[in-house]
Ligand binder design. Structure first.
Ligand code: TA6
Length: 296
């Protein structure tokens, strides 16, 4: 799913991990081990590819995603932080949608082999520019474990002297064979419909995909399942630290309106996101909070 990026090796970091670059010099971290393969950009510490060996990719990436170290990449797992969607009024005005972590250049901290696969960690810290947007000192760490599953842990460490409120989402784009083949179980009895004034609505059993969806599930199970009859697989999605599971597909009109998604892109993707959207988590000075999702 990423051959079209034309990546070449820049440095070999270990038996399983390489630093890669594209034709513009954009940097990627690529992992290939006995279980699976994965690829991240340093821009946004953005997982853009995950595929268990011998299987169809689990993570979807737009074929027309833009890699310019500026725009958020369409697909993969964008890190929406320190807010989700439009920032709450209490955070300020004219703030970028979904925060600034996904548009920032992170540093690669470490790559090492662990019992379940390859662990790669990335870090983002505050800058004068970030403090203009969110007036706190912080260390934001993504710890990714690439094995039979992809395990993503987003750890917010508040280094300020005052309590820091944050919202977030691991905005996962899952790869599906076709909308009519996919369903999601475990989302719970009701949801807020962002396509209809955030009205609360009753869920009617497993989620199926037959139109645009932008829903906030506030009573989802910690462990969900994406069933895909086309790929003949059931994908487990386990979340923690979240108060919401967001489900999104732009469907036909939404895909056509996005320049970084092919018009038919909606047919092979579904977002299922481990998110904090309802009540900001307030982290005491010196404390940490963790938001996770594990897929496989
Ligand atoms: O997670 C769902 C959502 O908030 C949708 O409302 C839609 O805006 C989507 O995220 C994509 O947002 P983006 O800024 O990446 O185009």
């Amino acid at each position: 799913m990423i051959q079209h990026l034309g990546l070449t090796e820049h440095a070999r970091l270990s038996d399983t991990t390489q630093l890669m670059v594209d034709g513009q010099g954009i940097e990627f971290v690529q992992v290939q081990n006995a279980h699976s393969q994965a690829c991240f950009t340093l821009h946004g510490a953005h997982l853009i590819h995950f595929q268990q060996n011998g299987q169809a990719p689990l993570i979807w990436l737009s074929k027309t995603a833009i890699f310019d170290n500026n725009k958020a990449i369409r697909g993969g797992v964008p890190i929406c932080w320190p807010w989700f969607g439009a920032a709450p009024e209490s955070f300020g005005e004219n703030l970028p949608s979904h925060g600034f972590a996904r548009n920032s250049l992170w540093q690669l901290l470490e790559t090492k082999e662990v019992a379940t696969g390859t662990e790669v960690s990335f870090r983002l810290t505050d800058t004068p520019a970030s403090r203009e947007l969110w007036p706190f000192q912080f260390e934001l760490t993504l710890v990714a474990t690439i094995g039979q599953e992809i395990d993503l842990r987003l750890i917010t460490h508040n280094l300020s002297k005052q309590a820091a409120p944050y919202l977030a989402a691991l905005h996962t784009y899952l790869n599906i064979s076709a909308p009519e083949n996919a369903s999601v179980t475990g989302l719970g009895p009701s949801y807020l419909d962002s396509l209809d004034g955030k009205q609360q609505k009753t869920a009617t059993g497993d989620l199926s995909i037959n139109g645009a969806i932008d829903s906030l599930y506030l009573q989802a199970q910690p462990k969900l399942a994406l069933n895909d009859t086309g790929f003949a697989r059931e994908v487990s999605i386990s979340n923690s630290g979240n108060d919401t599971v967001v489900v999104w597909t732009p469907w036909i009109e939404g895909a056509a309106a996005m320049g970084d998604m092919p018009d038919d892109g909606y047919q092979t993707m579904l977002c299922v996101e481990s998110a904090i959207t309802q009540q900001a988590v307030t982290i005491a000075p010196g404390d940490k909070h963790e938001l996770t999702t594990k897929i496989g």
